[in-house]
Design a protein around this ligand. Sequence first.
Ligand code: 5GP
Length: 118
Amino acid sequence: TSPAYDDNNIFAKILKGEIPSYRVYEDEHTVAFMDVMPQSPGHTLVLPKSSSRNIFDADPAALQHAITVVQKVAIAVQEAFDADGVYIAQFNEPSAGQTVFHLHFHVIPRLEGVALKP
Ligand code: 5GP
């Protein structure tokens, strides 16, 4: 089992409005905002509002709703950034590259022949 949810993570503060974010989508269960260090122009993060650390403790209904929002955001960024493709990623625990411990999906526009920023 993974560690418990810690309310002091940066995305919890963004959800509470304590830290600003550039929100591009919001509904009752989910929010999407621009990544502060985009790996490509249009890099967006999609978060369920419910408090889960990552996929291991996620509520299945929240996860199901979030993935429909990931689809909406993928279509929107594909159009807005004229992307050739869209990369979707989600990391669980530090060994897998997770650095912020509130469940989130990365939606990253890709252009043919253009590498991601590290
Ligand atoms: P992960 O935990 O999946 O590795 O990635 C966390 C992501 O959150 C990173 O892409 C990072 O750039 C982004 N991030 C970290 N702090 C902030 C912040 O304060 N605001 C926003 N908008 N993004 C952040």
